[in-house]
Design a protein. Structure first.
Ligand SMILES: Nc1ncnc2c1ncn2[C@@H]1O[C@H](COP(=O)(O)OP(=O)(O)O)[C@@H](O)[C@H]1O
Ligand SMILES: [Mg+2]
Length: 369
């Protein structure tokens, strides 16, 4: 058990690393983070080691100065984790990360565990793309196996779209073709699993994406208790199958029939879990720290229903966004990550704690559209 006073090492210093560091510092832990940018989001709360995430020597240096290591992005080479897990405990471990960070291996893992997902096929060249399209049909979505996020590295292929153009659009990178899902809702399960296998699930999050980027999360999701139970059981099966330790997010599609398909697994804290930081007894960041440090897990119960709105750089296009107006909501909590505005970039989020989430949603729509 690593008690406060110990030092946490984080690979990546983006906003997830920043909020992890904030919670760690509050609890009395030291934090070191590895990031290519010395002024990264985590910099005000952590000692930054400036180096690319694939720099093995820098990762070894980080490990030497920390008691336990973790990641805030899955885009850390698993081989780097394999190098440092001989020095210190690392969560998630390199094997779990290798499975999840490659979309094809992730789908094969789900398949092996008989977990429900959309139809998919591996794509390595234009010929295999054409073959996959005739098997899977259209619409479909082509996604690079690695390095994708916020809809980057993916292209939808509709009825009239040219396969060669789609293949070029993802720079001819090894990919997976997936059948497009006509879903009713998107949800995610945020959970934490401890060293001892203890698991805590947070209230189900319901997610609305715009241009493949998360726009709004509401928790609890508007789904039946049966869907909640089934979604949590699927997420627990994923966490146990991977032997995961720490927080993880499992994104799912809910079909009209109530059937669930797993879309994506993230072995880390997650954007759709931001509502826990202020909206639940234990934030996902504190929970992750507790899990990787071998402390008892905290209560995942909600304090109040919550709606989270992502603040993208586009809101800054014509000067400062209406933050003061947003804060007139009595249950608003503002988080800004200290980033420079750029279109499509996540600059922060606002959490609205409100018994009436429909009213909170209408209020947000009236302000940001
Ligand atoms: N097969 C699919 N069918 C329907 N929508 C999809 C599909 N794959 C992705 N999407 C949409 O795009 C969003 C982002 O895709 P995702 O695979 O989660 O990648 P990432 O979050 O890494 O960018 C999803 O949340 C969903 O809204
Ligand atoms: Mg996703």
């Amino acid at each position: 058990m690593l008690l406060p006073g110990s030092t946490i090492g984080v690979l990546g210093g983006g906003q997830l690393g920043r909020m992890l560091a904030m919670e760690a510092r509050r609890m009395g832990y030291g934090v070191h983070a590895l990031d290519p940018d010395p002024d990264c989001c985590a910099a005000p709360f952590a000692e930054i080691i400036t180096a690319p995430l694939d720099d093995v020597e820098a990762a070894r240096y980080l490990a030497a100065h920390c008691d336990v290591l973790t990641i805030e992005t899955e885009h850390v080479p698993a081989a780097v984790l394999a190098q440092i897990e001989t020095l210190r405990p690392v969560y998630p471990n390199s094997a779990a990360l290798a499975t999840v960070q490659d979309r094809l291996r992730q789908r094969e893992f789900l398949n092996r565990h008989q977990l429900p997902q959309t139809a998919y096929a591996a794509v390595d060249d234009l010929a295999s793309l054409n073959q996959a399209l005739s098997g899977i049909g259209r619409p479909a979505v082509l996604k690079t196996r690695t390095s994708g996020y916020d809809g980057k590295g993916q292209v939808r292929i509709g009825a009239g779209d040219d396969a060669a153009a789609a293949w070029a659009a993802i720079a001819e990178a090894p990919a997976v073709l997936e059948a497009w899902v006509q879903y009713d809702k998107e949800i995610s399960v945020i959970l934490a699993r401890g060293h001892d296998g203890d698991i805590r699930c947070y209230p189900l999050a319901q997610n609305e994406h715009r241009q493949h980027i998360l726009h709004v999360t509401r928790a609890p999701a508007r789904v039946t208790p049966a869907v909640v139970q089934r979604a949590q059981a699927l997420a627990v099966a994923v966490a146990e199958g991977l032997g995961h330790v720490g927080v993880m997010a499992v994104e799912m599609f809910v079909l009209e029939s109530g059937e669930l398909l797993i879309n994506e697994v993230a072995p880390r804290t997650h954007n759709s879990g931001h509502y826990t930081f202020g909206g639940c007894v234990t934030s996902q960041f504190e929970q992750h720290l507790r899990a990787i440090c071998g402390l008892p897990l905290g209560d995942a119960e909600p304090l109040r229903p919550a709606l989270m709105l992502n603040l993208l750089g586009d809101l800054w296009a014509n000067g400062a966004p209406p933050l003061a107006r947003i804060l007139t909501h009595p249950g608003a909590r503002l988080h800004l990550y200290g980033k420079q505005p750029r279109a499509g970039r996540k600059l922060g989020h606002v959490l609205l704690l409100d018994e009436d989430l429909d009213a909170a949603q209408a209020w947000v729509d009236a302000i940001v559209g």
